[in-house]
Design a protein around this ligand. Structure first.
Ligand code: MRU
Length: 354
C-alpha cells in the first residue's frame, strides 16, 4: 500500500479535490469542489475534518467563492460584501476548531492588503496563492512537531491515541500521529493503540487505515478498553491532537479525550498534546470558554444508517470535550514544547516570530 500524503489538493483548473472521509476505509472516493458552498458543506458533513484540514479547506473555499464573484462581474464594494458573506458562511460550518477562524482571518488580511492594489482576477490568484501557502506551511509545521515531539516517545513501546490526527486531519503528515510517524522515521518503532472514537469512528476508520498504509504497528481498541490496558502496563504514554488550546493550556479535542487524560493521570502516564501554533487561542483564558459543537443525534443513535437505539430516544452528542491543562504533561508545537505553567509557556511560543 502506498503512503498517503494529503486529504486536500488544489487542482490547477480551479477546483479543490478532497478525499471523502465519510466513506473511508471501505471506499476511496474523491470530490472536486468549484464553489465555496460545496466546500462549506464538505466541512459540515465531515468529508474533510480535523482542525488544520478544515482551515485549509476554508481558505481554498474563499478563493473559489471569490473567483465565482469575479466571474459574476462583482467589483469594489459589492465584491468586498460578497467576500464578507463567504467568510461568514465558512465560519459557521463548525465552531470548535480555531484553525478554521485563523485561516479565514489570514485570507481576509490578504484580501484587505491586495484588494485596492490589483485587478479582481489578480486578487483571485493571490488568494489561491495564500490558501496554497497555508496548506504548504501546515505540512512543514507538522514535520517540525514530529521532530520536536518524537524524543518524548523514545523508550515508550506503546502509545495510546484518540481520534485521527494524521495526514487525513491536516495538510499532510499529521500532528500527534506525525510524532509517531517521526518515531518510525528515526528508527524507533512504537506500537499504537488507537481508540475507535465513538460516534464518528475516526480512530477505527481513519487512524487504523493511515497506520496500516504507513506500516505503523497499530491495535484498534474500543474507547472503553483504555483503562484496562493502562492498568496492565500496556500503555506507556498518550498523545492526542487539539482543536483549540486556551491560554492556560486547557485543550478541546475529540469527545473522549478528557476521559483518556483522567485515566492517564490515575495511572501516572504522560499525556501529550501535539498541535500547531494556529490551534492556540490566547484570546480565551480557559477551556470553559471554548465553544463545543453539538452534532446530530443520528450519529449516536444509528451506525452506518442502521438504528442502534430505540426510535425517538433523547441523545447527547457533544463532538468535543475539554482536558484541563493540569492533566497535560506537554504541548508540542512547531515552535517548541510547552510545559506547565502554560499561561507563560504558550504565550512565549506564540510571541516568537521564527
Ligand atoms: O470532528 P473531527 O474529526 O474534525 O475532530 C478532529 C479531532 O478532534 C482531532 O483530534 C483534532 O482536530 C486535531 S487534528 C490534527
Amino acid at each position: 500500500m502506498s503512503a498517503f500524503t494529503s486529504p486536500i489538493e488544489w487542482i490547477e483548473r480551479g477546483a479543490v479535490r478532497m478525499l471523502d472521509q465519510t466513506v473511508l476505509p471501505t471506499i476511496e472516493r474523491y470530490h472536486d469542489y468549484t464553489d465555496a458552498e460545496g466546500v462549506a458543506a464538505a466541512i459540515r458533513t465531515m468529508v474533510i475534518r480535523g482542525a488544520p484540514a478544515i482551515g485549509i479547506a476554508a481558505a481554498f473555499g474563499l478563493a473559489l467563492g471569490l473567483r465565482r464573484a469575479v466571474e459574476e462581474d462583482l467589483r469594489g464594494a459589492a465584491l468586498r460584501a460578497r467576500f464578507d458573506e463567504l467568510c461568514e458562511m465558512l465560519a459557521a460550518t463548525r465552531p470548535t476548531a480555531v484553525n478554521l477562524f485563523w485561516a479565514i482571518e489570514r485570507m481576509r488580511r490578504r484580501f484587505e492588503a491586495e484588494a485596492a492594489r490589483v485587478s479582481p482576477s489578480e486578487l483571485v490568484e493571490l488568494l489561491v496563492d495564500e490558501a496554497t501557502a497555508i496548506h504548504r506551511e501546515d505540512v512543514a509545521c507538522n514535520r517540525r512537531i514530529g521532530a520536536l515531539g518524537a524524543p518524548l516517545l523514545h523508550g515508550v513501546s506503546s502509545v495510546l491515541t484518540h481520534c485521527n490526527t494524521g495526514a487525513l486531519a491536516t495538510g499532510g503528515y499529521g500532528t500527534a500521529l506525525g510524532v509517531i510517524r517521526r518515531c518510525y522515521e528515526e528508527g524507533h518503532p512504537i506500537r499504537v493503540l488507537a481508540n475507535e472514537t465513538r460516534p464518528f469512528l475516526q480512530g477505527a476508520r481513519l487512524t487504523a487505515w493511515e497506520c496500516q498504509r504507513e506500516g505503523i504497528d497499530v491495535r484498534l481498541l474500543t474507547d472503553a478498553m483504555a483503562g484496562h490496558f493502562m492498568a496492565r502496563g500496556a500503555i506507556g504514554a498518550v498523545i492526542v491532537g487539539a482543536d483549540r488550546v486556551a491560554a492556560n493550556g486547557d485543550t478541546a479535542n475529540k469527545i473522549g479525550t478528557y476521559t483518556m487524560a483522567v485515566l492517564a493521570h490515575v495511572h501516572r502516564l504522560p499525556f501529550y498534546v501535539a498541535a500547531p501554533i494556529s490551534t492556540i487561542d490566547l484570546s480565551l483564558a480557559s477551556g470553559e470558554l471554548i465553544p463545543i459543537e453539538e452534532r446530530a443525534a443520528s450519529e449516536v443513535s444509528s451506525c452506518f444508517g442502521q438504528p442502534i437505539a430505540p426510535e425517538g430516544v433523547a441523545v447527547c452528542n457533544p463532538a468535543f470535550d475539554v482536558t484541563p491543562g493540569e492533566l497535560i504533561a506537554a504541548i508540542i508545537t512547531e515552535r517548541g514544547v510547552a510545559r506547565p505553567p502554560y499561561d507563560e509557556s504558550l504565550a512565549a511560543l506564540v510571541a516568537r516570530t521564527d
